[in-house]
Ligand binder design. Structure first.
Ligand SMILES: [Mg+2]
Length: 271
């Protein structure tokens, strides 16, 4: 069955619109050209709240996005848990964005948690790992990870560095307990499904723009979305496409090249 033309857009942020605190070339032009197109932002990064992300856009000189359109793996985790287990009790490790999302719908309880939730971000220590694995092994708590990324790119003191991602931080819990975690972020469908619901569109009407084949593109493709890779993040120009992932509909070196390809193919999608 032929897909309808794309009429809405989902955007990954880091590696697509910015690196660290620096907007990427074309980001402002792309956002301006999407002003009349339904769009939302989807990120595996659970560290910041939507308000903090919106403030970061402004600090980088980008237009302030509507906070309701900023969908993080922390929000998707909280929403999924509140559906499968309303009023759930949890023990979590992670940053402020995950804390805020979980507190809104669940009850922190390090003694008798239903879920052990591991989010990306600094601070995981030996005591937290010990608490988490005992909740899983002795109380039957279920292990949940916000996102599967092995590592993430960052900028520290002006230098590009690599930080452990959500997948690396959940690994010690999985190793110590022998259980398989439930993962929420891309390429799993839950974050995308939340975004599609917010936009009110079907997967086939939506174009996902991302910088990572293994999460952004693989997950979107599995749901039947349109896909566009920009090679401004993790995946460098000229790097051969990984055989195990279906090639994206658009493969562009940067946002300006992508905009020009989209204007040629789907002029109604972007201004
Ligand atoms: Mg990215």
């Amino acid at each position: 069955m032929r897909r309808p033309d794309p009429s809405a857009v989902l955007l990954d942020m880091d590696g697509v619109l910015f690196h660290g605190a620096q907007a990427l070339p074309g980001a402002e032009r792309l956002l301006a050209s999407l002003a009349r197109t339904p769009h939302a932002y989807v990120t595996n990064n659970p560290i910041r709240t939507p308000d903090e992300v919106a403030n970061a856009f402004v600090a980088m000189g980008l237009p302030r996005p509507d906070r309701r359109l900023i969908l993080t793996s922390a929000l998707a985790t909280a929403r999924w848990l509140s559906r499968v287990h309303p009023g759930f009790r949890y023990f979590s490790v992670g940053a402020g964005g995950l804390d805020a999302a979980l507190r809104a719908v669940g009850q922190p309880d390090a003694e008798d948690a239903d879920f052990v939730i591991v989010g990306e971000g600094p601070g995981l220590d030996f005591d937290q790992l010990t608490t988490g694995i005992n909740l899983i092994l002795q109380q039957g708590a279920r292990l949940i990870g916000t996102n599967p990324d092995h590592s993430v790119d960052a900028v520290r003191d002006g230098k590009r560095i690599v930080l452990p991602g959500g997948g690396a931080l959940i690994a010690p819990f999985a190793t110590a307990t022998g259980v398989t975690p439930t993962i929420i972020g891309k390429p799993e469908p839950l974050l995308y499904e939340m975004a599609l619901e917010v936009l009110g569109c079907s997967p086939g009407e939506c174009l996902m723009i991302g910088d990572r084949p293994d999460t952004d593109i693989a997950g979107a493709e599995r749901l039947g979305m349109w896909t566009a890779l920009v090679r401004t993040g993790r995946f460098a120009p000229r790097r051969p496409w990984p055989k195990e992932i279906p090639a994206p509909d658009f493969d562009a070196v940067d946002l300006d090249a992508l905009m020009s390809a989209l204007r040629d193919s789907y002029p109604r999608l972007i201004a």
